[in-house]
Design a protein around this ligand. Structure first.
Ligand code: GRF
Length: 216
């Protein structure tokens, strides 16, 4: 059973997808702790509902970013967390944090990176006039939304799309590729060679998700 820690800042729909996949027996992991940097995050309501341990660690209560990150590391280490999952966590983690969990921090981003990094990725895609966008689960490194890619799902962008309608279409896939990636980690099938990440034994070459989903 893979011990995971999930970092959130807001709504927590990706957290919910992880909870649901674990409860359904699709993902062989246990959420040891949810850490929010925002005490009002709806994600925490989801923790209460499902009996998942959580804590709030606010940057403003710490003297520096380093102290804030140290506080998060402490909690994650105390809980024996083996994989850190950023699920709508709105802060950039420094190399100092990452060195505690080498190649073991993953993030979900609502674009096909390296396109549309940073905030409002779906609106960026609509404004740019892209005809496809999607979502990515990647290893977190010191770049912002540009770490090694594990899996991507592609969706079309329609002429009438707004940032919101595109976000909704992309979100459905976020809720699949993030739990699926956790399951690949649980199965110890993620092999990282520099920027190249391979999921051992996975099926490559199909649309809309590459490599293909297995648990959905
Ligand atoms: C998602 O779109 C995710 O890709 C991005 O932030 C959003 C979080 O949504 N990183 P939620 O809190 O999981 O509902």
């Amino acid at each position: 059973m893979l011990k995971i820690g999930v970092l959130v800042s807001g709504r927590g729909s990706n957290l919910q997808a992880i909870i649901d996949s674990i409860e359904a027996g699709k993902v062989n992991a246990k959420i040891e702790i949810v850490v929010s940097d925002n005490p009002k995050a709806l994600a925490l309501e989801r923790c209460r509902k499902h009996g998942i341990p959580y804590t709030t660690i606010e940057q403003k209560n710490h003297s520096s970013r380093k102290a804030f990150e140290e506080a998060i590391v402490k909690v994650l280490k105390e809980k024996g967390v083996e994989l850190v999952v950023l699920a709508g966590f709105m802060r950039i983690l420094s190399g100092h944090f990452l060195k505690h969990f080498p190649n073991r921090v993953i993030n979900i981003h609502p674009s096909l990176i390296p396109a549309f990094q940073g905030l409002h990725a779906q609106e960026q895609a609509v404004k740019f006039g892209a005809k496809f966008s999607g979502c990515t689960v990647h290893i977190v490194d010191e770049s912002v939304d540009a770490g090694p890619v594990i899996v991507q799902a592609v969706v079309p962008v329609l002429p009438e799309d707004t940032g919101e309608t595109l976000a909704e279409r992309i979100l459905k896939w976020e809720h699949k590729i993030l739990p699926q990636t956790i399951q690949w980690f649980a199965e110890n099938r993620i092999k990282i060679d520099g920027r190249k990440v391979i999921v051992e034994g996975a099926k490559y070459g199909e649309l809309p998700v590459n490599p293909a989903l297995e648990i959905f």
